[in-house]
Design a protein around this ligand. Sequence first.
Ligand SMILES: CC(C)(COP(=O)(O)OP(=O)(O)OC[C@H]1O[C@@H](n2cnc3c(N)ncnc32)[C@H](O)[C@@H]1OP(=O)(O)O)[C@@H](O)C(=O)NCCC(=O)NCCS
Length: 182
Amino acid sequence: MALRSDAISNVALKDGRQVTIRPLVENDRTALADFGLSLPKDDLLYLEEDFTNPEIIARLVNASYAENWRQIVAVADDGSIVAYTSARRVPGWSNHVAELRLIVKPGWRRSGLGTYMAQAIVDTARDLGAQKVTVAMLAALKAGQAIFSRLGFAVEGQLARHAIDRNGELHDVVIMSAFLRV
Ligand SMILES: CC(C)(COP(=O)(O)OP(=O)(O)OC[C@H]1O[C@@H](n2cnc3c(N)ncnc32)[C@H](O)[C@@H]1OP(=O)(O)O)[C@@H](O)C(=O)NCCC(=O)NCCS
């Protein structure tokens, strides 16, 4: 499911609900802010971007035109954003590498949406010219690892006590990667 800049796909989830998967656009500012505010604190803690910060939301929405960055959202029938994923090419000597992010709103999980979004963003990273994709997540978060290993990603490394949560607890971070055929 390759999503080019103007591509839209309608997807039926395992639980019968439908979503539209499409690129993030400038008009999504309010919906993306609402999505951020709907995420549980534990999720927010582990995301590199602070989705509750209006400045970050503005930066993400403005980046919909950025050359090296693609962002995709899943939109429910009521117009709310229920999942977000992104691929961003790394500057410098890893310019052939795209870093991925993926998050599904609780209440929409375990219906296959994370998998659809992951597939879409890998295809989009390929369109972006990336030859390799990486995704980082807490070692304890098994759902993300299950999704990406099904898509052919392998664990490339684990960084010890590399993330710190709001309680000051340290967590290991797993880096998974896959090489893309271009
Ligand atoms: C990871 C995440 C995106 C998964 O979204 P999702 O919509 O639930 O994913 P899917 O429904 O496609 O699940 C695919 C598979 O992942 C595994 N999985 C999903 N949730 C799981 C859980 N809580 N525990 C164990 N395995 C889980 C299962 O194998 C599942 O397949 P199955 O339902 O056929 O058993 C979601 O849990 C999330 O947003 N987590 C917080 C952010 C995060 O960890 N992002 C990943 C790295 S950036």
